[in-house]
Design a protein around this ligand. Structure first.
Ligand SMILES: Cc1cc2nc3c(=O)[nH]c(=O)nc-3n(C[C@H](O)[C@H](O)[C@H](O)COP(=O)(O)OP(=O)(O)OC[C@H]3O[C@@H](n4cnc5c(N)ncnc54)[C@H](O)[C@@H]3O)c2cc1C
Length: 426
């Protein structure tokens, strides 16, 4: 009797945007030649990009932005394991994990044939002195709810500082076309400044004049391109926002304000910050990681020394800025490459070149949003900015589509957003 051929075991570490997307794309392209397991410490997808919008529109993101993950995966016959991932051994081709539904579980070692690392990054607020006592942020539901509570009950109308700490990017294995970013992701601070200004006005607590945006870099949101940032800064300046660049880093946050590494400081009653995006500790020192711990890959999202290891999303060294939209593009590449390995796609089909694009829609409050599409950060010539009601409608529609289709944003989803935002004056 002939033995049934064993399917290729694909382990996907992380089940948020990059992990869910990669698992689905692998299923799409590799079909039933693979057995896919996604491992995450939580059983839901956290739809992070709309968290600020939700709090300013009076909704609790813990209620509205968590999408059940297990059912979404089961639709594609993808198995889910809820566990804390503690270690990866790329030579033995194993992952060490600790199931975390109940405390007290031992660790288990799980083998893989193909590994996709989609673990995101650690947002290092705990490394900013004074953050817990005097800082605020919006990067998850807990902190966003804490911020809106502060605004409603304690904020007295004083100055507000919004900006980023210094991002540390690795160098090992980095392609020459990828520049050094001093901040990990500066769409959120820009979005937050605009939408908060609107909320302050609506609630009789001030407006744009209260807010100063700061950046460690020469220019905020550099990855959007000089032309776009110039337009954004001009509009922001006319609205009354303050702006401070070249702060280098946040040294500490105090009751009075923020102190910067360049020796300057900003007085502020409210300090809203975005930290360094750091790789998880257990990735540091692996033969697949760069010197800070991000996973090194080629443009095929495959580690050059360990070709059965892939990375996508914020965990990948190539993903700079740390944008979900770039991670989404990378998942398609991962899906095709795994399919090539199992013989489900030809090299021609799988190796179709990919060119990263910055795509970002940020809420401005009052039913308006800005839309940025840029490739200049990666050496291209696209730098598009649109502001108005259409991008806002798209931001909401994209989230609806995402939840309704369990993360399967149809392939036309992104191009449709590009076409409609760039083709119609708003
Ligand atoms: C306020 C804010 C607004 C943003 N707005 C936008 C936007 O408008 N557009 C955009 O494109 N991007 C935006 N981003 C960036 C976007 O959120 C990230 O790029 C995206 O979430 C990255 O997806 P990921 O799946 O790679 O990582 P993550 O979303 O960080 O997911 C990583 C997953 O891995 C799991 N995990 C991590 N470590 C372990 C472990 N040891 N064991 C088990 N599980 C683990 C986590 O639970 C998580 O589910 C925004 C970010 C912030 C903070």
């Amino acid at each position: 009797m002939s033995k049934t051929k064993q399917k290729t075991r694909v382990l996907v570490l992380g089940g948020n945007f990059a992990g869910l997307g990669a698992a689905q794309k692998i299923r799409d392209h590799a079909g039933d030649a693979v057995e896919i397991t996604v491992i995450d410490r939580k059983a839901y997808l956290d739809y992070i990009p709309n968290i600020p919008l939700e709090i300013f529109e009076g909704r609790d993101p813990a209620v509205t932005m968590h999408m059940p993950l297990v059912e979404a995966l089961a639709e594609d016959d993808i198995h889910f394991e809820q566990a804390e991932i503690e270690a990866i051994d790329v030579d033995a081709k194993t992952v060490t994990l600790r199931p975390n539904e109940r405390p007290g579980a031992p660790t288990y070692v799980q083998p893989y044939d193909k590994l996709v690392i989609a673990l995101g990054a650690r947002l290092a607020f705990d490394e900013i002195e004074g953050f817990a006592e005097f800082g605020h942020t919006v990067s998850d539901a807990w902190h966003a709810n804490r911020l809106i509570e502060f605004l409603k009950t304690e904020y007295k109308g004083g100055p507000i500082a919004i900006g980023s700490a210094r991002f540390t990017q690795g160098h090992r294995g980095r392609p020459s076309w990828l520049p050094t970013a001093l901040a990990a992701c500066e769409g959120p601070p820009v979005e937050l400044a605009l939408s908060l200004a609107h909320w302050l006005e609506e609630n009789g607590k001030g407006g744009a004049k209260n807010i100063t945006l700061f950046t460690p870099a020469e220019m905020i949101a550099e990855d959007a391109g000089e032309k776009v940032v110039h337009q954004l800064l001009q509009a922001a300046g006319e609205m009354g926002f303050g702006y401070k660049n070249r702060t280098q880093d946040i040294t500490r946050i105090t009751a009075e304000g923020i102190e910067f590494a360049n020796g300057e400081s900003l007085k502020a009653e409210l300090k809203i910050v975005f930290p360094n995006w750091k790789p998880h500790d257990f990735l540091l020192g692996l033969p697949i990681s760069d010197e800070v711990g991000f996973i090194v890959t080629g443009i095929d999202m495959r580690n050059p020394d360990y070709p059965d290891v892939f990375a996508c999303g914020d965990a990948a060294a190539l993903t700079v800025p740390k944008l979900g939209a770039i991670g989404h593009q990378e998942t398609e590449v991962v899906g095709r490459q795994v399919a090539k390995d199992v013989g489900a796609l030809s090299a021609n089909e799988a190796d179709e070149p990919w060119h990263p694009e910055v795509l970002c829609i940020g809420d401005m409050g009052g039913g308006k949003a800005f839309y940025i599409h840029a490739t200049s950060w990666f050496g291209g010539d696209i730098q598009e900015l649109r502001m108005g009601r259409l991008p806002y409608a798209q931001k909401l529609a994209y989230k609806e589509l995402f939840f309704r289709n369990h993360g399967r944003v149809p392939n036309w989803g992104v191009p449709f957003a590009k076409w409609s935002a760039e083709g119609i004056a708003v």
